[in-house]
Design a protein around this ligand. Structure first.
Ligand SMILES: Cc1ncc(COP(=O)(O)O)c(C=O)c1O
Length: 386
């Protein structure tokens, strides 16, 4: 047996089950249209919802910060890696969410690891939506607290766990817009329940930040519930078009994370230019009512069109619109055929989604044109024979 045969065997098993994942390399800025090997493709699977990933003001802000602060930060935040754009960004985010303080991380994944791996402690309970993002699940597994899951509307199950007196503190953790299904958490109901049982509610607004709410803070803002949410986590890597995650909440929560969160303490701080770019993105987002309106208009148009043709878009009611196919091989084949016809829509398969629910996760951008959406639907119809 040569070295690493055990890995090769597992990879070939994945391939046989149509579960092997491969990287797709893009040779252009990320926008509604991208270039891959000198061919243009219309991109329908990125999280660049507001088309800020290639925004000229954001690029200028990053360049300006490189002039002012250089490129690398060269240390973790608690050593010598806290640079003024980090602090300015944290203040801006806290104020946008009406919270006392904020903290930024190199990624959203690390933010969830830090928040859920640190705040809930031994003897506590973390209650997760079964379809919460991998970063939330991984963090809960890493935590000293016990964790249990519920399905979206199993409020009885949530209440059963919350009324169990064996736990010290209880934390409910949910995404606001679910990343693979594009449906909304029932935040109103969760707030009601968390108040009844004196639990903490943590929401991950990764896919709603920038896209919903009057100032773009997300679903909780849109529903007028921000002040009821104890801790908000989100990412700067999707609608903001930058990189990094953040958490906002009470000052003591942020101070505790600074002191105890290993995913914060033991890593180099975000690039100053990235935080400066994010400051600019946040300012754009606050004023981006038109972009949000256009995103919603595009999403409603595409979803209704797909539904009217009998495609299974699950429970989607946002700019994330799955077309659920079920079978891995069929989904992969569909994605390949769309690619040949000029679209990039990657096949999402287990373990990202449950077995038997493989899908194209179509995500809409505010700058997609009606023609691009019509063409996508026509191609899907042609391939699937509708
Ligand atoms: C709900 C949710 N939380 C967290 C993350 C992680 O964010 P990031 O890509 O910034 O690590 C993602 C995305 O990948 C996500 O969908």
């Amino acid at each position: 047996m040569s070295d690493f045969d055990f890995l090769k065997n597992e990879l070939s098993e994945l391939e046989q089950k149509d579960l092997l994942r491969k990287l797709v390399c893009i040779d252009s800025p990320v926008g509604p249209v991208i270039r891959i090997e000198n061919t243009e493709k219309v991109l329908f699977c990125s999280n660049n919802y507001l088309n800020l990933a290639n925004d000229s003001q954001i690029i200028a802000a990053a360049k300006g910060a490189m002039e002012d602060f250089g490129y690398g930060s060269a240390a973790s935040r608690l050593i010598s890696g806290t640079i003024s754009p980090h602090i300015e960004l944290e203040k801006k985010l806290a104020s946008m969410f009406g919270k006392e303080a904020g903290l930024v991380f190199p990624t959203g994944y690390m933010t969830n690891l830090a928040v859920l791996g640190t705040l809930p402690q031994k003897g506590d309970l973390i209650l997760l939506d079964k379809l919460d993002h991998a970063s939330i699940i991984d963090a809960a597994k890493d935590s000293q607290a016990e964790f249990r899951t519920y399905q979206r509307t199993q409020f009885d199950r949530i209440e059963k766990f919350l009324s169990d007196e064996k736990y010290n503190r209880k934390f409910i953790v949910t995404e606001s817009i679910f990343s693979m299904d594009g449906d909304f958490a029932d935040l109103k109901k969760l707030v009601e329940i968390k108040k009844k049982y004196n639990a903490y509610l943590i929401i991950d607004e990764a896919h709603a930040f920038g896209c919903m709410g009057d100032s773009g803070a997300g679903l909780a803002e849109e529903l007028g519930l921000l002040s009821e949410i104890d801790i908000v986590v989100a990412t700067l890597s999707k609608s903001a078009g930058c990189m990094g995650g953040f958490v906002v909440g009470d000052k003591c929560v942020i101070d505790y994370l600074i002191n105890k969160a290993r995913a914060f303490i033991y890593t180099t701080s975000p690039l100053p230019s990235n935080s400066a770019a994010a400051i600019c993105a946040v300012e754009i987002i606050k004023k981006a009512k038109n972009k949000r309106a256009k995103l919603k208009q595009n999403a409603d148009y595409l979803r209704e069109k797909l539904q009217s043709l009998g495609f299974d878009t699950g429970a989607s009611s946002s700019h994330i619109i799955p077309v659920i196919i079920g079978d891995n091989k069929k989904t992969l084949e569909l994605s390949k055929q769309l690619f040949e016809k000029g679209f990039l829509v990657v096949a999402i398969r287990p373990p990202t989604v449950a077995p038997g629910t493989s899908r194209l996760r179509i995500s809409v951008q505010c700058e997609h044109t009606k023609k691009q959406m019509d063409n996508l639907v026509d191609c899907l119809r042609g391939i699937l024979g509708r």
